[in-house]
Write a protein that binds this ligand. Structure first.
Ligand SMILES: [Fe+2]
Ligand SMILES: [Fe+2]
Length: 296
């Protein structure tokens, strides 16, 4: 484990069989692109629940219980020094692919395939090259798992900490077990923040989104950075929550986050793109925007 302060058991670190289990659950919650999905309430999502989904429920219980304001501060301090590893993007893809799913090796794609399929879907629709690169990099932060971090501190819907939780976040009842829930500094509508202060001033629950944003923040345009930083903030970009914390810039950027989301959720396909044909394009793309090595 990376932090001496972590008191978690093996079951608490890895409640899911694989990280993909979380993504599959998101896909069930939002089976269709945006406008249609908005009519589906969290209650309806619950109807999908089967005993087989207990791992996902337990995952959210742990996520909502342990992602406190202090936990987020500690993780920012721990990981945003980027003093663990330095790798080229290509080495980083190999590293990320060590995250394999033992439970179902036949049907699940490796992490790189998901990144490549997301990027290719964006490219096919004629979006700018920086957005293709955003698709290629968006889940790189999942390497946190390889640094021993619990799954619920790597993936999962993200949400602001330090203020009241939206009841549109999946399994909101689990927030009652979060110590911040009863802390009057953190449990009011605005909490530690000013109304309209903008998402840049908000601390989000810790995970692969914030980590990859911080890693890439000097290399991609603002729209791409919003896509990275908030792609799991479903309570905002799908449910329209937290309007009281947004500023005009966030409102402007929301459309880019929404534009990105379907490529992440709906591009998974068992057929793998022909990597040998694609490689020269991606080598040039990475070279254009990203230095020869990046720090983790
Ligand atoms: Fe992601
Ligand atoms: Fe993804």
């Amino acid at each position: 484990m990376s932090s001496a302060t972590q008191p978690f058991s093996v079951n608490e670190i890895n409640p899911l069989k694989s990280l993909d289990e979380w993504e599959e659950a998101v896909l069930e919650r939002y089976p269709e692109p945006d406008s249609i999905a908005q009519s589906k309430s969290v209650e309806e999502y619950r109807n999908y629940e089967t005993p087989g989904r207990d791992t996902v429920k337990e995952f959210y219980r742990l996520n909502h219980t342990y992602q406190t304001y202090d936990f987020v501060m500690e993780k920012q301090k721990e990981f945003l020094q980027f003093n663990r590893k330095e790798m080229s993007v290509w080495e980083a893809f190999d590293f990320l692919n060590q995250l394999v799913d033992d439970s179902d090796p036949d049907t699940d794609l490796d992490q790189f395939q998901h990144l490549l399929q997301t990027a290719e879907a964006i490219r096919k629709d004629g979006h700018p090259d920086w957005m293709v690169l955003t698709g290629l990099m968006h889940d790189m932060g999942k390497v946190l798992c390889l640094f021993g971090e619990p799954q619920w501190a790597v993936v999962g819907d993200t949400f602001p900490v330090g203020c009241a939780y939206s009841d549109k976040i999946v399994y909101p009842e689990f927030f009652k077990d979060n110590p911040d829930y009863n802390n009057k500094n953190y449990n009011t509508k605005n909490g530690v923040y000013q109304e309209g202060c903008g998402l840049r001033n908000i601390h989000m629950s810790w995970g692969h989104d914030e980590y990859v944003y911080q890693m890439m923040k000097d290399y991609l345009p603002e729209q791409g950075l919003y896509m990275l930083r908030y792609h799991s903030f479903y309570a905002w970009h799908r449910e329209g929550e937290y309007a009281h914390l947004l500023d005009d810039h966030d409102k402007e950027m929301l459309k880019w986050v929404k534009l990105f989301n379907p490529y992440d959720l709906y591009s998974k396909c068992p057929e793998q793109p022909n990597w040998n044909e694609l490689k020269p394009y991606y080598e040039a793309l990475i070279k254009k925007y990203i230095p020869s090595t990046i720090k983790f």
